[in-house]
Design a protein around this ligand. Structure first.
Ligand code: S3P
Length: 175
């Protein structure tokens, strides 16, 4: 069976949804950021601090190639993964790609309840955070839109909605 690859902006719900999706399909779940952190024994935010974004993107690409070579997995990417190098074209050859599309408002509300440190959003809050997300999302959209499927995830306003969304994803990829 083909890999299932989840992509979308930070806070879209890739990891939370990916875990449940993998469990339902009895597949292994990989989160690219967690994979990088295990392989490098370093937090993503520390990699950013030490090597800058450019250094992180190179590592991210290499690790993405490593994980995406596995088979039958569910993989949640980092928010920026599809937007660098030829990553998105490569990912489309390695599985079923699904863009989890969330509005800036949904993203902000998800980020509020998240404990993950996101170096690109640190020190931004309120209107500045919303404007930054709106702008970056627009820039990233052409890459995200290369996904084979697009799923609206604005319905994800509580954890108990994850199950329904996962069923919707399963239906979508069956077609
Ligand atoms: C990033 C998203 C993060 C992580 C890094 C950069 C981005 O992953 O890879 O902080 O550029 O959007 P999540 O989308 O899992 O937060």
């Amino acid at each position: 069976m083909q890999n299932i690859i989840l992509l979308g902006y930070m806070g879209a719900g890739k990891s939370s949804v990916g875990k449940v999706l993998a469990k339902k399909l009895e597949r292994d779940f990989y989160d690219l950021d967690w994979y990088i952190e295990r392989r490098f024994r370093q937090k993503v935010c520390d990699i950013f601090a030490e090597r800058g974004e450019e250094g992180f993107r190179k590592i991210e690409r290499n690790m993405m190639h490593e994980v995406a070579e596995f088979e039958d997995i569910v993989l949640a990417l980092g928010g920026g993964t599809p937007c660098f190098f030829d990553n998105m074209d490569y990912l489309n050859t390695r599985g079923i790609t699904i863009f989890m599309n969330a509005s800036p408002d949904t993203i902000v509300s998800h980020l509020k309840i998240s404990h993950t440190v996101r170096p690109l959003l640190q020190q931004k809050q309120g209107q500045e955070l919303l404007d930054h997300i709106t702008h970056q999302l627009e820039e990233r959209m052409p890459f995200y839109r290369k996904a084979q499927h697009i799923i609206d995830v604005n319905c994800l306003d509580s954890f108990d909605k994850i199950d329904t969304l996962v069923d919707q994803i399963i239906e979508t990829i069956k077609q």
